[in-house]
Design a protein around this ligand. Structure first.
Ligand code: NAG
Ligand code: NAG
Ligand code: NAG
Ligand code: NAG
Ligand code: NAG
Ligand code: NAG
Ligand code: NAG
Ligand code: NAG
Ligand code: NAG
Ligand code: NAG
Ligand code: NAG
Length: 728
């Protein structure tokens, strides 16, 4: 659902990006205050029009004027019309007339035009790579030379019967011939002549033509052998350099050097001078101050693929795989992407991610010995109880199936009772490989164990003897918030006051996690299934360990996309960076779910596809909010509900920076709950009784193994423990 929400966002982002770069380029393509277009032809710097100061030098100052004082403006190079200018290639496409000669039936020359072009003193040459000297006709000899005829060449085309050029766009030899031109040609004389004066072909080919053609655009089929000349022109390509000096002569440090910051100097042998180009990874106009700008590759993942954490560097970017991913460092990581995300459905985390997680751990954890020596100490300091294998086996009746509280991809959670009647939730993991540990991990497990908040499920202890590690949590008797929202028989969330309180408590827990440490501890998988209610309905957040391991020393964390569809922060999906604001988003979705009773990750009513968050926002905007509430609200509560709805809306803002912090959210919710305090205080005793009665019932209903969510906190810590165990 959220993915659907974020796809248009993505598109808009790309759109914005391309608009922005397009604007950048056009804005940066001429000197400030100078026109960058003549008619419909772009005039990029170092070229300029209107004022000589608009061009890099006098030779690159072009004339933009109407031809013969009327019509649209045209760009002129001397008296040759310019069709386009390329800064990147150092080329200019111009339109030149053709030379031709025509004869009548008896072979008398009727018309003739020779062509002579001189490119002048400026830094211009005919492009030897793009131009082809071309002659067209059936009894035609095209001839070309430089002005002082130190160089000359020709091509001959003859055919004795009507051929059609129309069928072949390339110059195939029949009715058309071509030859390449040499480097360093600055002047050109072209003439077209005939050997037999077209006598034998005059009925279908009275004229011959000779001209320069641009390889890229020339099409023989544009020419007709039977046609008569009438101002026929062709495209020719002129190469330019910014100065006719070598890069060394240009003197990189002198003020006349045309290339700005972050550029290469490229010498052109044909142009006999240098041009500038942006260094790899930079873009812009290399001639304009301040020079080429770094490309933010990370903003264009299509062109610069990166499936991991993308970091822009000057002139390049790095793409680091989330820990444990295989990757080539550039495009990123195998086994990561939408396909993987898609395989994570409905709240069960797929095996793929477990594999990934395992790999992460295997790679990260070194120094087994160290941990052996110090790990126990860390644990001791944290006053976590070490359970024996036998103790837990007994408590859970040997992991009897009817003690199973939940089951997930990672393993099972069993209910246990100690001889002193303490209730436990014992999480037992499926087998994993051996691995090593490092100090970093010790620090992290220390951090997890520091978590001590009334709204966070507590880790009571560990069992390190077993082959498979066991984690022991306090037992939370009243099931998940998810259950109470969606099971219509549950009375726990009957009133607005109840819902508000649960929301405020959850917010408090998240605020606590976020402020616990620097960098903050990010939960990473906030959802109603991970919020448990204890016997008196107090919310306790579980599964808080996952992100800790992944977050040493960073405020945002590139991770494999983990989490639950529907609750996932779209920005996180896009960037792969988990931030505290990702938790805020997920919490916003929890608020929506709490108010509307709609599951954010399912296609709700009547099978039609809906986006619960989107629906919520549009109901809010259209003042239909009260139609979609899942509980009965009193008149006087409506205003308050609206405040919370607005808060939820801010939390699910697609842009992380626009979301409030967890502290803001928590403060606001606490403020609202405090308004209820008196009222609630009165009801409290009866309410609690009611809750107690209900809790036994609803939990028993739920205690069957059909609950497919591991109810207790998570994975990463426990897997680490397992490795530790195996290494003992
Ligand atoms: C510029 O305008 C002319 C006619 O007005 C048109 O033939 C030509 O294709 C246009 N060129 C570009 C690059 O749009
Ligand atoms: C541009 O060309 C027009 C007509 O060919 C001419 O009158 C004008 O002086 C030229 N301007 C410049 C700046 O060369
Ligand atoms: C061709 O031109 C010549 C010279 O103008 C003329 O004498 C001759 O009659 C013309 N031939 C034809 C077939 O028009
Ligand atoms: C074209 O060049 C040829 C050969 O140099 C010359 O004989 C002819 O008179 C020229 N024609 C024109 C129209 O200048
Ligand atoms: C065009 O000419 C080339 C070279 O003779 C030939 O290989 C090709 O088949 C021709 N194409 C057509 C459409 O006639
Ligand atoms: C042109 O025709 C004449 C006779 O009409 C012939 O002698 C000559 O060889 C032909 N030339 C060519 C190039 O076919
Ligand atoms: C030259 O241009 C005229 C007018 O556009 C056209 O009629 C004629 O066919 C062209 N000549 C060739 C050889 O294509
Ligand atoms: C330009 O200046 C820098 C430092 O000022 C110097 O290292 C470099 O060699 C100079 N380059 C040239 C081509 O003079
Ligand atoms: C310019 O020179 C640099 C470095 O010598 C080279 O990498 C780049 O490809 C050149 N660019 C062009 C357009 O020739
Ligand atoms: C960018 O980084 C990659 C990998 O580190 C390297 O292969 C590549 O050459 C770099 N590109 C540039 C322009 O420095
Ligand atoms: C190049 O960049 C430096 C700062 O990085 C700046 O001071 C300098 O003015 C720039 N040079 C040019 C030619 O724009």
């Amino acid at each position: 659902m959220i993915l659907k929400l974020c796809v248009p966002g993505l598109m808009i982002l790309f759109l914005l990006c391309s608009v922005a770069t397009a604007m950048d380029q056009s804005a940066a393509d001429s000197k400030p205050g100078c026109r960058d277009k003549c008619g419909n032809v772009s005039v990029p710097y170092p070229f300029g029009i209107d004022e000589s100061s608009c061009a890099e030098n006098q030779y690159l100052f072009l004339n933009c004027s109407q031809s013969d004082g009327h019509g649209p403006e045209k760009l002129w190079f001397a008296n040759i019309p310019v069709l386009s200018i390329s800064v990147l290639e150092g080329l200019m496409v111009v339109s030149i007339f053709t030379a031709y000669d025509c004869y009548n039936q008896s072979g008398a020359k009727m018309k003739e035009t020779n062509l002579s072009i001189h490119l002048g003193q400026g830094p211009y040459m005919f492009s030897d790579t793009r131009n082809m000297f071309t002659a067209i006709g059936c009894d035609t000899m095209g001839f070309f030379s430089n002005a002082d005829v130190t160089y000359a060449a020709a091509c001959i085309s003859s055919c004795d019967e009507m051929v059609s050029l129309a069928h072949n766009s390339s110059c195939s030899g029949s009715g058309c011939c071509q030859t390449s031109i040499p480097q360093g040609l600055k002047s050109l004389s072209i003439l077209s002549s005939s050997i037999y004066n077209h006598i034998n072909v005059s009925d279908f080919n009275p004229c011959g033509y000779a001209f320069l053609a641009d390889k890229r655009t020339f099409k023989a089929s544009d020419w007709q052998l039977s046609g008569l000349p009438d101002g026929n022109a062709s495209d020719a390509v002129i190469e330019w350099v910014v100065e006719t000096k070598s890069c060394e002569q240009a003197g990189m440090n002198t003020s006349s050097y045309a290339c700005r910051n972050n550029t290469n100097c490229n010498y052109s042998k044909n142009g006999q001078g240098y041009r500038c180009s942006c260094k790899d990874g930079f873009t812009g106009n290399p001639y304009l101050s301040p020079g080429c700008q770094d490309i933010d590759e990370c903003a264009d993942r299509q062109r610069y693929p990166c499936k991991g954490k993308c970091k822009n560097t000057p002139g390049n970017y790095t793409c680091s795989c989330p820990m444990g991913m295989h990757g080539d460092g550039k495009t990123g990581c195998q086994g990561f992407g939408i396909a993987t995300i898609a395989s994570v459905t409905g709240g069960t985390i797929s095996l793929v991610i477990i594999g990934v997680l395992l790999y992460i751990i295997l790679r990260k954890l070194r120094k087994v010995k160290n941990f052996r020596e110090n790990g126990g100490m860390v644990l001791k300091h944290q006053r976590v109880r070490i359970f024996s294998e036998a103790e837990l086996a007994k408590a859970t009746e040997n992991y009897n199936d009817h003690k199973k509280l939940g089951e997930g991809g990672f393993g099972c959670v069993y209910k246990g009772v100690l001889p002193d009647n303490t209730q436990l939730a014992v999480k037992k993991f499926k087998g994993v490989d051996k691995a090593q540990m490092n100090e970093e991990f010790q620090h992290e497990i220390g951090m997890v164990l520091q978590v001590n908040h009334k709204n966070v499920v507590k880790l009571l202890g560990l069992c390190l003897q077993t082959k498979v590690p066991l984690l022991v949590y306090e037992f939370i008797s009243n099931g998940t918030l998810f259950h109470h929202i969606h099971d219509k028989k549950s009375q726990v969330l009957r009133t607005w006051t109840d819902r508000l309180r649960v929301a405020a408590e959850t917010a408090l827990a998240l605020e606590y996690l976020h402020s616990l440490a620097n960098p903050p501890m990010i939960h990473g998988d906030v959802k109603t299934v991970n919020i448990l209610l204890d016997e008196d309905g107090t919310a306790k957040i579980a599964d808080f360990g996952a992100s800790v391991l992944i977050s040493p020393g960073q405020t945002d964390i590139a991770t494999k996309i983990q989490g639950t569809f529907g609750y996932l922060d779209p920005e996180y999906l896009m960037t792969g960076n988990l931030t505290v604001k990702s938790d805020v988003f997920s919490f916003g979705v929890v608020l929506v779910e709490l108010m509307t009773g709609q599951k954010p990750n399912s296609n709700a009513k009547s099978g039609e596809k809906r986006n619960v968050v989107q629906d919520f926002i549009s109901s809010l905007e259209n003042n239909h909010l009260f139609k979609i509430l899942d509980f009965e609200a009193d008149e006087e509560e409506l205003e308050e509900i609206e405040v919370v709805a607005e808060l939820a809306k801010r939390c699910v803002n697609s842009s992380g920076v626009k979301r409030p912090s967890m502290k803001e959210v928590s403060d606001e919710l606490s403020r609202l709950t405090s308004l209820h305090e008196d009222l609630w205080g009165q009801k409290n005793s009866e309410e609690t009784e009611h809750l107690l009665g209900k809790s036994a019932l609803s939990f028993n209903e739920n205690a069957s193994p059909s609950m497919n969510e591991p109810q207790m906190a998570q994975t990463v810590i426990s897997l680490e423990i397992e490795n530790y165990t195996n290494s003992i």
